[in-house]
Design a protein around this ligand. Structure first.
Ligand SMILES: [Zn+2]
Ligand SMILES: [Zn+2]
Length: 388
């Protein structure tokens, strides 16, 4: 990737000119580079200005940097990347009463579409937007957080307790599991007798399988464990490896799909009440779907790239879906309760697994390391760019 044509001065000179460093993707030129970006100012009383502390890097960022998707705002040649952010409030608009200077915040990602007829967006549920005209910070038509300061409406910000400063950057990836489980529990209200286990966790006596051991998978595993599920993680890499060690230390069981074929996996885990897919791979997903128990639920969170069609046991799966009352859910993005749940559960995780939670963040890097983090496949579990 080419060096930025835009950044020729030092950081300090930029700030004097009201400019900041940012990591931008220029789809028109197929370039990812450091860009010079105007420092934002509060433009209305309900806005808050935030200094970026840390930004997590994920597969979505890497896909944008391969130009699979990612759209700059109208009139901009580049899109500032970054959608997993932790920041500190530095200025508060006159009517933004929920926050004060010094507060830690995590912003949500999706912003509502402008259409009055879109009831989800009109109800602050842009995660269910049906027009497709929503924007997403750092992904679709709105600049992201991989820069030094950003401004947002206070209703898109979530307060993070100061004791979660070292792990707050994990809030956004954890919202995937939070929204997924909220929907699982909504669907399972069709089983009112399940409430008989109230007080022991909604997953008490149930078996869950997580597909994939990336950050979304491991955070999902933690969420399932604190809800009481007996949890298995089925992932490609042979064990032992750092991820299998981490998963096993939580009290879940890591099983390698490369060395333990489906039949042996099925015999070990028994009927599966919930599958939480976080691998983005269709073949293993539809294979494991066959292990779903009576009244079971399968949640897809991964987004596979387009590939040639693969054979699946369609009749067997359809028969089971009907005869076993099974449900398949796809889930994207998150609402405010999912962010609040993620912040609450990060506190629970930190108390229960202080070392393991911290070890999810396998590297902290300066902004200059963006090329290694965004253009390579990515090593470790979660890489983070630190801006302070
Ligand atoms: Zn992400
Ligand atoms: Zn909408």
């Amino acid at each position: 990737m080419g060096q930025s044509p835009c950044l020729s001065e030092s950081f300090k000179t930029h700030m004097k000119n009201g400019k900041m460093r940012a990591v931008g993707v220029l789809p028109g030129k197929r370039v990812v580079s450091l860009v010079s970006h105007p420092a934002p100012e509060i433009a209305s009383a309900s806005q808050v200005k935030i200094r970026t502390i840390e930004v997590g890097i994920c597969g979505t960022d890497r896909e944008i940097c391969s130009f699979a998707y990612g759209t700059p705002p109208d009139g901009s040649e580049f899109l500032v990347l970054g959608h997993e952010a932790l920041g500190e409030v530095v200025e508060v608009g006159a009517s933004a009463s929920q926050f004060k200077v010094g507060d830690l915040v995590v912003p949500s990602v999706r912003r509502p579409c402008p259409h009055r007829a879109c009831s989800p967006c009109q109800s602050d549920r842009q995660d269910f937007c049906f027009t497709g005209d929503f924007t997403e910070r750092g992904i679709k038509m709105t600049h992201g957080f991989l820069t030094e300061y950003f401004v947002d409406e206070e209703r898109h910000l979530n307060l993070v307790p100061s004791e979660l400063r070292d792990v707050g950057v994990l809030v956004e990836p954890l919202t995937v599991a939070e929204k997924a489980l909220a929907q699982v529990f909504q669907v399972q209200q069709r089983l009112p007798w399940e409430n008989l286990t109230a007080g022991k966790g909604k997953g008490y006596g149930k078996t869950a399988v997580v597909l994939g051991a990336g950050p979304v998978g491991i955070l999902g595993c933690m969420t399932l464990l604190v809800n009481g599920f007996t949890t298995f993680v089925y992932s490609r890499s042979p064990a032992p490896n750092p991820k299998s060690d981490l998963v096993n230390s939580l009290g879940a069981k890591y099983i390698s799909a490369q060395t333990v074929p489906l039949g042996r996996f099925a015999a070990e885990v028994g009927p599966v009440d919930l599958v939480y897919e976080a691998a983005g791979v269709a073949q293993i997903s539809f294979d494991v779907m066959k292990l779903l128990a009576l009244n079971g639920i399968f949640v897809f969170t991964g987004i596979p790239a387009e590939k040639p069609a693969i054979p699946i046991d369609a009749d067997c799966l359809m028969r089971d879906l009907v005869l076993k009352n099974q449900v398949i859910i796809g889930t994207v993005n998150a609402d405010r309760p999912a962010f609040e749940g993620a912040i609450r559960d990060l506190g629970v995780f930190k108390r229960r697994w202080p070392e393991a939670l911290g070890s999810l963040i396998t590297g902290r890097y300066p902004i200059e390391a963006f090329e290694d983090l965004l253009l390579d496949k990515g090593a470790g579990i979660k890489s983070v760019i630190t801006l302070e």
